[in-house]
Design a binder for this molecule. Structure first.
Ligand SMILES: [Zn+2]
Length: 425
């Protein structure tokens, strides 16, 4: 682990600690049964905010080889592009690619599915991804993949071999990269004169508005907003020229970047900047207020869970997401509270949650040992889950959200606070 003493965008040393989630193991470090007695590595999980460019960031950086080289997460699971990413490919191709021979590079290309849909449209493609266990899947789809971390060196090698890229894609990957400057030097080197770098990432605004603090885990090193990104790119002769707000993982930003002056800057960029200032993202107090809300979520949720447990209810977790591991570890919820955590991904079967050691169980097991309540660890998918679990709700089942909200067949019930405890609006 390394500790950054300076902001990864502007190098300022004015880093303010705003949220402290304690010391946690990496969220995807699920354990085999034989590992349960062994000591687990834990690292501080703290969000800091830069007093100068206002980037919200982790300063404790776990070695990326430990986190990503044997990555358990697969984008697709099933060999089919989801409607969301098919729509993405159609829209981005239409906006950024105009020549049949255009070259598309994806940073963090995973199993190559998204690039495959660009390949289907006839474009030349190349993926870059450090996960050596997943790259062969991409290759089997005919998507060439460089197994490495993207940066200036890899970018220069690609330019020598294949020329410059008309489109560089980085979906949900920029926040995973510690060295933003090396990333930008790579983009600058690889991008064609009129080319576009399109990045997509969860929007910090969503965390502020909906208290989605569980997007904080060691793999997410930065929590992105448009203002700090503008600062980042302008240091390298690059320019943010368009931003779309898209409904992915709550709210995400899709940011379009080109060489400075190469594209007309759309009003969407200033609109985001204005919104971020209106929300107070330039003030440390805004983040301190968020920290208070996070603390309230913890207390309210634990109150509900203890109440249910003492009245003899059986509770389980729903969805072993990385976000969920932040919740379990920060709330100190273990196997004395949850009988199991249900997860549908077969590659997680037989494993235990990192830090809290709760067994994972398949959907079939969960059906057979149905609890009376679920702690919903994938509450970003609430509408989908409710639609899927109508029978559970109809039988009197409840979902408890990590924000201290209970959902049952009758509807949504907020936790009650005394006037004093009330979360500031
Ligand atoms: Zn900064």
């Amino acid at each position: 682990m390394i500790i950054n003493s300076r902001c990864r965008i502007c190098q300022s040393d004015k880093l303010h600690k705003v949220i402290d989630l304690g010391s946690q193991p990496p969220a995807n470090a699920f354990l085999r049964p034989d590992q349960l007695d062994q000591p687990e590595e834990r690292f501080p999980l703290e969000m800091h905010v830069c007093g100068d460019c206002n980037l919200a960031q982790l300063i404790h950086v776990v070695d990326k080889e430990d986190l990503f080289s044997d990555y358990i997460y697969y984008t697709s699971g099933i060999p089919k592009v989801s409607p969301y990413w098919q729509g993405y490919a159609d829209q981005v191709a239409e906006q950024c690619l105009h020549d049949a021979n255009d070259f598309v590079v994806e940073v963090g290309s995973n199993d190559g599915l998204l690039l495959w849909s660009f390949k289907e449209k006839g474009f030349r493609t190349l993926g870059v991804d450090p996960a050596k266990n997943i790259a062969p899947i991409a290759e089997s789809r005919g998507v060439r993949t460089v197994v490495d971390f993207f940066g200036e060196k890899v970018a220069t090698d690609i330019v020598h071999q294949d020329g410059k890229a008309k489109l560089i894609i980085g979906n949900n990957v920029i926040a995973h990269i510690n060295d933003h400057h090396d990333l930008c030097r790579g983009i600058k080197a690889l991008l064609a004169d009129d080319g576009t770098f399109v990045l997509e990432a969860p929007y910090l605004v969503d965390m502020i508005e909906h208290v989605t603090f569980d997007t904080i885990y060691h793999e997410h090193l930065s929590f992105l907003a448009v203002r700090p990104l503008i600062k980042l790119f302008e240091q390298f002769g690059l320019e943010v020229f368009d931003v779309h707000i898209v409904p992915a993982q709550g709210q995400s930003i899709r940011v379009f970047v080109g060489h400075a002056g190469a594209h007309e800057v759309k009003p969407s960029v200033q609109a985001c900047v204005a919104k971020e200032l209106e929300l107070g993202l330039d003030k440390i107090e805004t983040y301190m207020e968020l920290a208070k809300k996070v603390e309230h979520c913890k207390n309210a949720t634990l109150d509900i869970l203890h109440g249910l447990k003492s009245s003899g209810e059986r509770i389980a977790g729903y969805g072993a997401s990385a976000k969920g591991m932040t919740v379990l570890n920060y709330y100190h919820i273990g196997s004395d509270m949850l009988d199991f955590v249900m997860d549908e991904l077969p590659s997680k079967e037989g494993l235990f949650t990192p830090g809290t050691h709760i067994p994972l169980a398949s959907k079939a097991y969960a059906e057979e040992h149905r609890p009376t309540s679920y702690l919903l660890l994938v509450w970003n998918y609430l509408p989908l889950v409710l639609a899927k679990e109508q029978a559970f709700l109809a039988a009197g089942g409840k979902f408890i959200l990590p924000t201290g909200v209970v959902v049952d067949a009758q509807g949504v019930h907020e936790a009650e606070y005394t006037e004093e405890e009330k979360v500031p609006a």
